[in-house]
Design a protein around this ligand. Structure first.
Ligand code: LLP
Length: 414
């Protein structure tokens, strides 16, 4: 099986298949760029979380790819959803996720978001002192308080959230004040995303146990629920460091919570986990059609029909991806190519260097491990409509999101 591709990937006569479906057939039917999601991989990742933490509530970090079909698939595996805007909340409700399995985030929730969260009985993660009276006024009944414990996660600074000075959560003294007023159900932490080890999370758990003991000693309040956030990394290039498997990552968190809580003399809390990327990322393969192939001095560009409008992660976080030609996957590489997007700037490069057989116009480029934070962050830069997504399983494909058209965009214009 080609590296980093979904669990069900196979190569037959040079053609890559995922979920029993030939990728070139999907591209012909649905057009490109196209996000192909392997349902079996998605379910297997959800099952891995559930098996590793059978007593925890696992909620999908919807921001990784807000999609009703994905939310519905994950709900069928027993997952709830972590949502951070009214839009994501509506997506989760549209997928039939029950209010009591919803965790509502946001560092700047508006009144409508709080009211909707209250109406559906979601668990609201209070992110600031300002939100305490606002949550009360909105009749939010179930809350957690997000505390920022000053741990620096080893990840890109844009996706680090638990450090001193973070825009998220309350520093411990303010958190105590919020807890005194709200008497919430419990505590929340999330230190960052794309974590390649559990080290910073374990450090956070120790600090959280001390903080929970302080709450008991000073306020006589005991956290019944502890939400440990998400964050497990996904490798998108063979050059990326390998994160631990889901089971191992979750085990190292649970193995930290148990003794830390015992040492603080606190009863074991009910846990919530909020994985996003590690559920949907490895399930996704993005397909692009190769257009222009151009030699420019020492580099050869293969230009594709997408780019930073459907995957801005290389520009935002220096993310590296890899690719194969889905229609010529049995041919050995003939050189190193730079995969450029179609947007009007030189920085629109999806992959700086990848070894491929000499690409030609019409080839189908398949980029694995691209299910998370790609289409989720897509834009209409250069008036480009956003791609479609399909779920594949057992030889069948179903549309998970239709392709936008230029007419869709024109309808918003006056
Ligand atoms: N919970 C909270 C409170 C979060 O803020 C996030 C992600 C998650 C859970 C899910 O984290 P995950 O398991 O996916 O790492 N656009 C960036 C990632 C932003 C993450 C935002 N928060 C990227 O493309 O790398």
């Amino acid at each position: 099986m080609p590296e980093l591709f979904p669990d069900t990937t196979s190569v037959e006569n040079g053609e890559i298949h995922v979920g029993g479906v030939r990728l070139t057939a999907l591209a012909d039917e649905h057009g490109t760029p196209l996000l192909v999601l392997c349902e079996r991989t998605l379910r297997a990742r959800a099952q891995a979380y559930r098996a590793a933490a059978p007593d925890a509530l696992v909620v999908y970090g919807t921001k990784a790819f807000p999609n009703v079909a994905v939310l519905r698939t994950l709900a069928a595996e027993g997952l709830g959803a972590d949502v951070s805007t009214l839009g994501e909340l509506r997506f989760a409700l549209a997928a039939g996720v029950a209010g009591e399995r919803l965790v509502v985030h946001g560092n700047n929730k508006d009144d409508e978001e709080l009211a909707e969260a209250a109406r559906v009985g979601a668990l609201v993660v209070v992110d600031s002192l300002d939100e305490v009276p606002r949550a009360e006024r909105a009749d939010v009944e179930r809350t957690l308080v997000r505390v920022t414990l000053g741990v620096e996660a080893d990840t890109h600074e844009s996706i680090r959230t638990g450090h001193v000075g973070s825009k998220f959560g309350l520093p411990p003294t303010q958190a105590l004040e919020a807890i005194e007023r709200l008497r919430p159900l419990g505590l929340h932490v999330h230190i960052g995303s794309q974590l390649t080890s559990a080290e910073a999370a374990r450090e956070t758990i120790d600090r959280l146990a001390s903080f929970a003991a302080e709450c008991r000693d000073e306020l006589g309040w005991v956290a019944q629920v502890v939400d440990l956030g998400g964050g497990l990394a996904v490798r998108t290039s063979p050059d990326d460091p390998a994160p631990p498997p889901v089971a191992e990552f979750v085990r190292s968190l649970l193995e930290q919570v148990e003794p830390a809580w015992r040492a603080s003399g606190l009863p074991a809390p009910r846990l919530i986990l909020e994985p996003g990327r590690s559920l949907v990322g490895p399930a996704g393969v993005t397909l692009y059609r190769v257009g222009l192939v151009k030699r420019a001095e020492s580099v050869t560009y293969a230009a594709i029909d997408g780019g930073m409008s459907d995957n801005p992660r290389p520009q935002l976080y220096g993310a590296r991806y890899t690719a194969l030609l889905a229609n010529r996957a049995d041919e050995p590489p003939s050189g190193t190519f730079r995969i450029a997007g179609k947007h009007c700037e030189s920085g629109d490069v999806l992959i700086d260097r990848v070894e491929l057989p000499e690409p030609v116009r019409g080839d189908l480029l398949a980029v694995p491990a691209s299910g998370a934070y790609t289409l989720a962050m897509a834009s209409n830069y250069n008036g480009v409509p956003r791609p479609a997504a399909v779920l594949v399983a057992d030889g069948r494909a179903r549309l998970a999101r239709r392709r936008e058209t230029v007419d869709d965009l024109l309808r918003l214009e006056t």
